[in-house]
Design a protein around this ligand. Structure first.
Ligand SMILES: Cc1cc2nc3c(=O)[nH]c(=O)nc-3n(C[C@H](O)[C@H](O)[C@H](O)COP(=O)(O)O)c2cc1C
Length: 175
């Protein structure tokens, strides 16, 4: 829900500002090639709405890593390709977080869901890389990473449940 506030702007005028009332913004970032990670991200967004969050879904292929500056909580969902590489189109995002980071992320708490296939030597490597890099940049892992094999539905659901249970617990502790 958006509320609008009116206040004097100090020059004889009225300034109108918009603010989300009681909102809990949540960034859900996904990196995908064949759509599995995107469908996990959509599931997470749907649960987020049910739990009173305002999820913002972003494809890593279409945004820059400074989006991480704009949220205090982020879910990262990505698959792995090639020799443990990020999915096509997300290489820039990956480089901005993992290889050539330019920002510190102490304000951020995050959790990673990694999709992969254990037939490959570098199982879920891309998700592992994000998990490690975000910690190195000062962010806080609030819920442990889950690595999914080709049957990703159940571990994905368990991760989503775990994520929102942990967030709810932290809100209670903070209250
Ligand atoms: C050509 C190819 C290469 C892959 N390489 C890896 C890999 O190195 N490590 C891994 O864990 N999974 C690998 N996978 C498996 C995918 O990450 C997995 O199928 C995942 O669910 C795809 O998710 P997406 O649809 O979100 O891209 C590969 C799959 C393909 C088709």
């Amino acid at each position: 829900m958006t509320i609008q506030r009116q206040q004097q702007d100090g020059k004889g005028g009225i300034m109108v500002t918009s603010q989300q009332a009681m909102s809990k913004p949540l960034l859900i970032l996904f990196g995908t090639f064949s759509g599995n990670s995107e469908s996990c991200a959509e599931k997470a967004a749907s649960v987020a709405r049910q739990r009173g969050y305002d999820p913002v879904l972003e494809n890593m292929a279409d945004c820059a890593a400074d989006v991480l500056k704009q949220f205090d909580t982020a879910l990262i969902i990505t698959s792995t390709y090639g020799d443990g590489d990020p999915p096509d189109g997300t290489e820039n995002f990956y480089a901005q977080v993992v290889n050539r980071p330019t920002q510190r992320l102490e304000h951020l708490r995050y959790s990673v869901l990694a999709l992969g296939d254990s037939c490959y030597d570098r199982f879920c490597q891309c998700g592992k890389d994000y998990d490690e890099a975000l910690e190195t940049l000062g962010a806080t892992r609030f819920h442990i990473r889950v690595d999914c094999d080709i049957d990703y539905d159940e571990p994905c659901d368990a991760w989503i449940e775990g994520v929102f249970a942990t967030l709810a617990q932290k809100r209670l502790l903070a209250a």
